[in-house]
Design a binder for this molecule. Structure first.
Ligand SMILES: NC(=O)c1ccc[n+]([C@@H]2O[C@H](COP(=O)([O-])OP(=O)(O)OC[C@H]3O[C@@H](n4cnc5c(N)ncnc54)[C@H](O)[C@@H]3O)[C@@H](O)[C@H]2O)c1
Length: 317
């Protein structure tokens, strides 16, 4: 199987790339190695697989239509796994136009290339952010009252809507996966768990926004990857599917576990709520179980142990 993987140098993408190469897929990674966070981190993400057979790394933007035409013209892809995006929630309130250009415009450019070159399947990285702060939790995919709280969430919802149109109008089979806070080795440095770990290690105060009762459905990267592989194998026509852990965890519990694993005290600094953030996220996994056989297995404490041992190794570099 020949796969185009966008965003393959990132956190989720680099783990997925490894699994796809293990499956002996022929893989083309398209990534622009931008500086949303250090491009050197992205190079490191790919270093364990850079020389593997069957892998080609193309450095460029998903919105570059000429590049897409060259790539798609050079040999037919069986599948696109589209992970490339501007991925931060809060920065999307600072530069919303960039988010719409990459996450909406870039996704549309890829869908157009798929249509033009007859690629029949795509897996699209969507997000729990599409649910906003809908009170009807755990969130099911058939909720219709979706009001994202950030431009980022809106771009993911728009991406899903475009995928749906390309399914209905052009018959491209697309599964949109709504990821719920992925964590584990190589987690993006701007994400909460990684940021907290740095602050705790350095003996600095950890900012806690709101009253500390915020909750997240945290999903270990290994479980996310299993879900993406199941979506690749699932060959569904059009579906949006949650990939979470199905459990809500208090922020204070995450901090307590991190402090214990890092053998450091945790000093909290309470600050007002941040705009764009949902107070709680919680995935209903019924559809993922039914359609993809998805069953997350990693308990938070074990997943954080893996994260911290990776984090400590990285800190020594
Ligand atoms: N990590 C999470 O918890 C989470 C949760 C929900 C959704 N998602 C989605 O999953 C996907 C992967 O997230 P991640 O955490 O691995 O992010 P990441 O930032 O680590 O990876 C994204 C990759 O895309 C690349 N990229 C960005 N814009 C590009 C462009 N215009 N052209 C080519 N490449 C570009 C970046 O260089 C980066 O390597 C994203 O679509 C994100 O929105 C992630």
């Amino acid at each position: 199987m020949k796969i185009l993987l966008t965003g393959g140098a990132g956190f989720i993408g680099s783990h997925l790339a490894e699994s796809l190469l293990d499956r002996r897929c022929r893989l083309v990674i398209l990534d622009e190695f931008n500086d949303y966070y250090s491009p050197a981190v992205k190079e490191r993400n790919l270093s364990p697989i850079a020389d593997r057979r069957g892998l080609k790394i193309v450095r460029g933007a998903i919105g570059n239509r000429e590049l897409l035409r060259d790539l798609f013209g050079a040999g037919k892809f069986d599948l696109i796994v589209h992970l490339a995006a501007r991925a931060g929630v809060r920065p999307s309130l600072i530069d919303p136009l960039l988010y719409q250009e990459v996450n909406v415009g870039g996704t549309l450019a890829l869908l157009e290339a798929a249509r033009e070159f007859g690629v029949g399947r795509m897996v699209f990285a969507s997000s729990s952010s599409v649910y906003g702060d809908n009170p009807d939790s755990p969130w099911k995919e058939d909720l219709t009252d979706l009001k994202p709280l950030s431009p980022y969430g809106v771009t993911k919802l728009a991406g899903e809507a475009l995928c749906r149109i390309y399914n209905r109008s052009f018959g491209i089979k697309i599964t949109a996966l709504r990821f719920f806070t992925a964590y584990g080795p190589r987690q993006r440095p701007d994400m909460a768990i990684h940021k907290f770990a740095r602050l705790i290690r350095d003996g600095k105060e950890v900012p806690v926004y709101g009253d500390g009762t915020s909750q997240r459905d945290y999903t270990f990267i290994g479980d996310i990857i299993k879900g993406v592989l199941a979506a690749i194998d699932g060959d569904l026509d059009w579906e949006a599917v949650n990939l979470g852990s199905g459990r809500r965890v208090l922020l204070s519990d995450v901090l307590e576990i991190l402090g214990r694993l890092l053998s450091k005290p945790v000093a909290k600094k309470y600050l007002p709520d941040q705009p764009g953030d949902a107070p709680a996220t919680w995935a209903d996994l019924g559809k993922a179980r039914r359609l993809l056989g998805y069953r997350p297995e990693t308990e938070l404490s074990r997943g954080l142990e893996e994260f911290v041992s990776w984090f400590e190794r990285e800190s020594l570099k």
